[in-house]
Design a protein around this ligand. Structure first.
Ligand code: PLP
Ligand code: TYF
Length: 399
């Protein structure tokens, strides 16, 4: 029956790990997938997560199903984290929120909801470039996917004018996907002033903003600061929707903890939206898993654990910032004549090096340094021990 099923290509990012594993070089370096590593290159389970998990296990809760929209203590706290507890949308109880299978699941629920109910054109605009999975998630949700300008390869920075112009030129009422902070893959974010102009442009076009916030806390080390764009849009009267992931900021990758929310006009509207989200989720997966959400809920609702967690998020963000500085410093020490300032000006987990696909190929084949072909490196994979060898490899392929 499956004779006509063609062999598909591997995931552009997750496929890197396979190639890395197959390499026997003793000092191989994996900068492919965006997953935080400690300074010894090991996966990191946050101490706050260990404590929260212990509390969850010690409470010996039952394993009954959650409701369709998940663990309420978790979703309420997730919304407060994103929008701010003092936000009018929280105070006035008009955010419809549902637990999701991490950020990807949140994007997919959002895509499906918009496909079913959005009254405007069912086209979503994503930045060029964007997280590789955005296109597939939204296409499979039944939306048309188009692009807007975002990255300027000449400046290795934001193409702000191009972005605003493209937003203004979209058909009225388009859906615009915005990375809330720590843009993946470029590490290039708009400044707060630029966000203000972007908000104006979205408003002028009567567009609908869809925020993807997969790195809250990871960009600056401060969860409120990283939510600036989302909160500013709301203060300007936008009513966006939001995909949240706790994979990175709580290191809960494989637990698949996330939330999808829609800011509504009123509590009454929220109730109607909630009812439709439930109808949409049921045939997808019925209801979400509880364990990870319980862990996140402990961290978000217990004030001591919450403080501890915020410190640990900042610790991860700071280590990444330090590795950026060390990489740049090492490249300069080697005598590289290129300007590497973008490595330290970009933020979040990734750096867009500006290396070509050929140079990235060479890095893998000759130096066992693995990262995506677009020149993105996961700075979270750099350590005090491998940064020198990494700089040498980059210097040798690029100069
Ligand atoms: N959105 C962006 C921009 C991402 O980089 C990621 C990857 O971490 C996600 C969403 C979703 O990831 P997850 O499904 O693991 O939460
Ligand atoms: O961009 C990354 O590396 C992360 C992790 O299909 C990721 O967002 C990558 C690919 C994928 C799922 C997660």
């Amino acid at each position: 029956v499956w004779a006509k099923v063609p062999q598909g290509p591997p995931d552009a990012i997750l496929g890197i790990t396979e190639a890395y594993k197959a390499d026997s070089h003793p000092e191989k370096i994996n900068l492919g997938v965006g997953a935080y590593r400690d300074d010894k290159g090991k996966p990191y389970v946050l101490p706050s997560v260990r404590s929260a998990e212990k509390k969850v296990v010690d409470a010996a809760l039952n394993k009954e199903y959650a409701g369709i929209t998940g663990v309420p203590e978790f979703t309420k706290a997730a919304a407060r984290l994103a929008y701010g507890s003092d936000s009018p949308v929280i105070q006035e109880d008009r955010v419809a929120v549902t637990q999701s299978i991490s950020g990807t699941g949140a994007l997919r629920i959002g895509g499906a909801f918009l496909e079913r109910f959005y009254p405007g054109g069912k086209t979503i605009y994503i930045p060029t470039p964007s997280w590789a999975n955005h296109n597939a998630v939204f296409k499979d949700s039944g939306l048309r996917v188009e692009k807007y300008r975002y990255y300027n390869k000449d400046t290795i920075g934001l193409d702000f004018e191009g972005m605003v112009e493209d937003i203004k030129n979209m058909p009225k009422g388009s859906i615009v996907l915005l990375h809330a902070c720590a843009h993946n893959p470029t590490g290039v974010d708009p400044t707060e002033d630029q966000w203000r102009s972007i908000s104006d442009a979205v408003k002028e076009g009567g567009h609908y903003p869809f925020f993807d916030m997969a790195y809250q806390g990871f960009a600056s080390g401060d969860t409120a600061k990283d939510a600036f764009a989302l909160r500013h849009f709301i203060s300007e009267g936008h009513r966006p929707c939001l995909a949240q992931s706790f994979a990175k900021n709580m290191g809960l990758y494989g637990e698949r903890v996330g939330a999808f929310s829609i800011v509504c006009e009123s509590t009454e509207e929220k109730k109607r939206i909630d009812s439709q989200i439930k109808i949409l989720v049921r045939p997808l997966y019925s209801n979400p898993p509880v364990h990870g959400a319980r862990i996140a809920s402990e961290i978000l609702n217990d004030s001591a654990l919450n403080q501890q967690w915020l410190g640990e998020v900042k610790g991860m963000a700071d280590r990444i910032i330090k590795m950026r500085a060390l990489l740049k410093e090492n490249l300069e020490k080697l005598g590289s004549k290129h300007d590497w300032s973008h490595i330290t000006s970009q933020i979040g987990m990734f750096a867009y090096t500006g290396l070509t696909a050929e140079q990235m190929d060479k890095l893998a084949k000759e130096y066992s340094v693995y990262a995506t072909k677009d020149g993105r490196i996961s700075v979270a994979g750099i350590t005090s021990d491998n940064v020198r060898r990494l700089a040498e490899a980059i210097y040798k392929v690029k100069g």
